[in-house]
Design a protein around this ligand. Structure first.
Ligand SMILES: Cc1cc2nc3c(=O)[nH]c(=O)nc-3n(C[C@H](O)[C@H](O)[C@H](O)COP(=O)(O)OP(=O)(O)OC[C@H]3O[C@@H](n4cnc5c(N)ncnc54)[C@H](O)[C@@H]3O)c2cc1C
Length: 336
């Protein structure tokens, strides 16, 4: 199948949805291709999690998100984005993954996809411009140690409920690890958090420090003896019933556990962008594509980037940037 589009958008997270909305308002022919479901990253947040951000930083239209408390839960936000798609009849295909992009000799790009849900069917789309809004969750970071592939080891945390009265180890020092440790501990898992001292003592939010509203309850759990923290230097090996680590003091220690969560961040997959010739550079926290900060166009004309894998990482920016740049893309496509 071949479709001629003005704009093909990869990913139906907040950035891709905002871009679709802006493209519709500009009268562009567009399609969002999403390998998972609408707002897939938010769907993978822990069940019942409350967002850090306030409704005005997350909503698709001013005053349209009405959580029960001051900040929405994962479920409220997910429903907000799904209803935005339905109410505005945005053109999105889900369960379809963009696997390759090449320049079309005549004009624009050929985008190759594979449908995950439909017998792995492959498709090609033709698009004059492509907007990458595919987030930064593709590759969870690994410890790269023996035993990390055991079934008890997880690189995402979704819910605490299977682990009541189990021994759980959470490795990592950011908000995701801290939140997982807190959820687990509060719901009766005997939880240990393994963290580097620098992360534990970091109080600078711009350097990725744990938010204070995560730290405070975490410290309460520790004070009440329900959560244990180990400052470590290295995690050495994961065995079926334990983890061997080296403490900050250099001692070898074996920690018994039934389940291990390795929550040390994730990275975007920049392979397709690099193959197209897009340059990358070190960003605030990780490698990012090089792009014009006004237009978010990369140095490959017609290829744009927005959202979590750029320097504008949070949901507010993921929504705001497409509103600014899609009209510029439309203007460029309309100019002779
Ligand atoms: C646990 C957790 C909590 C967070 N809490 C907050 C918070 O409170 N406030 C806040 O502002 N931010 C928060 N963030 C960050 C926030 O989730 C991101 O800033 C936001 O999701 C970025 O939106 P996005 O559209 O750029 O990317 P994403 O939401 O990641 O969307 C990208 C989409 O692209 C899809 N995709 C990827 N590759 C392909 C492909 N090849 N083909 C087709 N589709 C593809 C993915 O499935 C995904 O649906 C949190 C992140 C995590 C992990």
């Amino acid at each position: 199948m071949s479709d001629q589009l003005d704009l093909l958008i990869i990913g139906a997270g907040p950035a891709g949805l905002s871009a679709a909305d802006a493209a519709a308002q500009e009268g562009l022919t567009y399609l969002v291709i999403e390998k998972g479901t609408i707002a897939n990253t938010i769907r993978q947040y822990p069940v019942g999690r409350t967002l850090f951000s306030t409704p005005n930083e997350l909503e698709m239209r001013e005053g349209s998100l009405h959580p029960v408390r001051d900040k929405p839960t994962r479920e409220e936000l997910l429903s907000h984005y799904i209803h935005f798609v339905l109410d505005h009849d945005l053109r999105i295909t889900t369960g379809e993954e963009v696997t390759d992009i090449a320049r079309n000799d005549a004009d624009g790009f050929i985008v190759h996809t594979r449908c995950r849900s439909f017998q792995e069917q492959e498709k090609n789309y033709h698009a004059r411009a492509v907007l990458f809004a595919f987030g930064a969750m593709e590759h969870p970071r690994l410890l790269n140690i023996p035993g990390e592939d055991l079934p008890k080891v997880h690189h995402r945390f979704v819910e605490p409920y299977p682990y009541v009265r189990k021994e759980a180890l959470v490795v990592g020092g950011g908000n995701s690890a801290a939140e997982a440790a807190l959820f687990l501990s509060e719901e009766g898992a005997r939880t240990t958090m393994a963290i580097w001292r620098d992360d534990w003592e970091n109080r600078d939010p711009s350097a990725g420090a744990m938010k204070h509203w995560v730290r405070s309850p975490l410290e309460r759990e520790i004070a009440q003896g329900r959560l244990r923290v180990i400052l470590y230097k290295d995690i050495d090996e994961i065995a079926p019933d334990s983890v061997r680590l080296t403490t900050e003091a250099g001692e070898s220690m074996t920690v018994a556990n039934h389940v291990v969560f390795v929550l040390i961040g994730s990275d975007a997959d920049l392979t397709m962008l690099k193959k197209l010739g897009v340059r990358t550079a070190p960003g605030k926290l990780t490698e990012v594509p090089v792009y014009n900060p006004d237009t978010f166009e990369t140095d490959v004309p017609g290829i744009y980037v927005v959202g979590h894998f750029t320097n504008a990482r949070h949901i507010k920016a993921a929504i705001d940037v497409p509103r600014k740049i899609v009209p510029l893309i439309a203007e460029k496509l309309r100019s002779p």
